[in-house]
Unconditional design. Structure first.
Length: 290
């Protein structure tokens, strides 16, 4: 059986569960929660998987070894864990069920180890169980918080991590399939690993800046940020940190970041409308420093 079969089976099962919950619940807050959980999972995976190389996936689906490894990671962090966390939140499952689901994921991990499509470096399966339990509990609480007003921290975190999920996924697809830009920092022996790590840092900075401009409704500032990023890009190219494969890459970066800004505006509106019942921040957060 090809290695990727198990990974695609996980994606298909997760997608079926996702659609079933959306159809049954018809609650758009679950979409907001899902993006938040994916963003949270990406942050943790960056630290554990990218920086500290905790484990390795082998779906044998992509020709580039590290992208193949990253694809396996995304299977878990974009589909399996976030969708199940959404189920826990949607049905407000009791803690004993959270423990059962965490144990189920530990069993899947052991099965993947047995099939030699997944390898531990310093990681242990029990770590997965503990982090899953914490993640599911956060998801359950966060879903309740999304219905409350006056919680600007919840809104900031939800908005930022939701956009980080979107921008990170877009950049992975562009980097994996088009190879239009590469970063060279020398942090890792693998050129692909090195570029993915730097790209994640770059994407995180861009997302923070653009989300801030949307939250503050500083739309002229967004244009200034994007223009400033082009100056940074030129500086990185000059010093050999950023290598662009085509001369129009900087134009494409500008269009991409403008698109991300538009998506940020749309996501902000979606969160406000479906979680707080209004698109006006002074109504959603009265008497608060937004």
């Amino acid at each position: 059986m090809p290695h990727y079969t198990a990974f695609f089976a996980l994606i298909i099962i997760s997608t079926v569960v996702l659609l079933t919950v959306f159809i049954c619940k018809k609650d758009k807050k679950l979409v907001v929660l899902l993006f938040f959980i994916i963003g949270m999972a990406y942050v943790l995976e960056y630290v554990v998987f990218v920086l500290f190389e905790s484990y390795e996936y082998d779906p044998d689906f992509m020709t580039n070894e590290y992208f193949d490894n990253l694809f396996g990671s995304l299977t878990s962090q974009t589909f399996a864990f976030p969708i199940m966390a959404m189920v826990v939140a949607a049905y407000q499952l009791k803690f004993r069920y959270i423990l059962f689901i965490s144990a189920m994921f530990m069993g899947i991990e052991e099965l993947f180890l047995h099939w030699d499509i997944y390898t531990h470096h310093w990681w242990k399966t029990i770590y997965t169980g503990v982090l899953m339990t914490i993640g599911f509990s956060i998801s359950k609480i966060w879903y309740v918080w999304l219905t409350e007003r006056y919680m600007t921290f919840v809104h900031y975190a939800t908005f930022f991590l939701g956009m980080l999920a979107i921008t990170s996924t877009i950049m992975f697809l562009l980097l994996a399939y088009f190879h239009n830009n590469w970063f060279y920092t020398g942090w890792f022996a693998s050129a692909t690993h090195d570029s993915v790590n730097a790209t994640m840092i770059y994407v995180c900075i861009v997302t923070i800046l653009l989300v801030w401009s949307v939250v503050k409704e500083f739309f002229i500032g967004a244009g200034m940020i994007i223009a400033g990023l082009r100056i940074v890009d030129i500086w990185l190219i000059h010093y050999g940190v950023l290598l662009v494969s085509i001369t129009t890459s900087l134009v494409l970066f500008t269009l991409l970041q403008a698109g991300i800004f538009i998506l940020s505006v749309m996501l902000q509106h979606f969160i406000m409308k479906n979680c707080y019942g209004t698109s006006k921040k002074d109504v959603a957060f009265p008497a608060k420093n937004y």
